[in-house]
Design a protein around this ligand. Structure first.
Ligand code: NAD
Length: 288
């Protein structure tokens, strides 16, 4: 296909594809790679203006450039940096519609009998406090922007937080990780109750077994095999961790679920936890 034809095809695809987030402004924490990066691409394809907030400056900047978005360095454990990231969106486009509190780390495993409180606090500062910071500063902007949004025929905003199948099953990951992800579910439910009056929806996603760099590195450590590749992790998870045999989870599976919670199509969904696990958690509970 020559260059002109390919441009025409791109334009046609753009015109024909439904832009489910057309004109909306989103902040994605941990958006430089993995689930966050896949979601940033899907959001941009659907017409959103995306701010990627992460600590990986090089990949974050390059991804932001490729999707016409913005990158801001932001360590979510630091409240002032999350506040600044949200401000970048508002200064850029005058509003914030979608906050995806996705940044997280794994690790700090081992027995409860040896748990190191300083390590646990480091994880909680990112995985849990980071989400508190994200909800707090997104909600402030979304509440303040209510009048503008009401005039435009819509109000509020949507906040999505990354929990995990670990919050449902326990025992899949480190105690600190599981604790942080369970706490996020409670936080999302309670903030959904408070913020509903402002038209702000708060939901969680709970992925399982999606071969991001985080998961691959956890599997490498667990199996003592540093050569393990994402497709191998995917097939291990597909074989052992899903009702859908031969099919492991993909980053795009999660991104599409987040797209649903970010779009107006989920306008009556709040305080919910959307599990994206190929049936893993159901299978486990049926067996128990
Ligand atoms: P990942 O490691 O590929 O991506 C995590 C991103 O968060 C990275 O870009 C990283 O730089 C960023 N990050 C880490 N610490 C940060 C900080 N202090 N401030 C800002 N950004 C920070 O992993 P992923 O699997 O894509 O994870 C995304 C989220 O999904 C996490 O919250 C994770 O717990 C959750 N999750 C993932 C899976 C899975 O199967 N991959 C399952 C359940 C939950």
């Amino acid at each position: 296909m020559d260059h002109n034809n390919s441009e025409t095809k791109d334009t046609l695809v753009q015109l024909l594809s439904p832009q489910r987030l057309r004109g909306k402004v989103a902040v994605i924490t941990g958006g430089a790679r993995g689930i966050g990066a896949a979601t940033a691409r899907v959001f941009a394809e659907n017409g959103a203006h995306v701010v990627i907030a992460d600590i990986l400056n090089e990949v974050g900047t390059s991804l932001a450039e490729s999707i016409g978005g913005r990158y801001v360095r932001c360590d979510v454990s630091k409240e002032e940096e999350v506040e600044s990231a949200v401000k970048v969106a508002v200064e850029w486009k005058g509003r914030l519609d979608i906050m995806f509190n996705n940044a997280g780390i794994a690790g700090f495993g081992g027995s409860i009998t040896n748990i190191k409180m300083d390590q646990m606090m480091t994880l909680l500062a990112i995985n849990l406090h980071g989400v508190v910071h994200g909800i707090k500063h997104a909600a402030r902007i979304m509440i303040a922007g209510k009048v503008y949004v009401v005039c435009a025929g819509k109000r509020g905003g949507t906040i999505i937080c990354s929990s995990s199948s670990a919050a449902i099953m326990g025992g899949l990951a480190s105690h600190s990780y599981t604790m942080s992800k369970e706490a996020i579910l409670g936080l999302a439910r309670s903030t959904a109750c408070e913020l509903g009056v402002h038209g702000i929806r708060v939901n969680c996603i709970s992925p399982h077994g999606v071969p991001s760099e985080m998961l691959v590195s956890e599997f490498q450590k667990f199996l003592g095999n540093t050569e393990l590749r994402p497709n191998e992790v995917s097939s291990i998870v597909g074989e052992r961790g899903s009702l859908l045999r031969g099919r492991g989870g993909r980053l795009e599976d999660v991104a599409q679920a987040v797209l649903f919670l970010a779009s107006d199509e989920s306008g009556f969904v709040t305080g919910h936890n959307l599990v994206i696990d190929g049936g893993y958690t159901s299978a486990f509970s049926q067996m128990s």
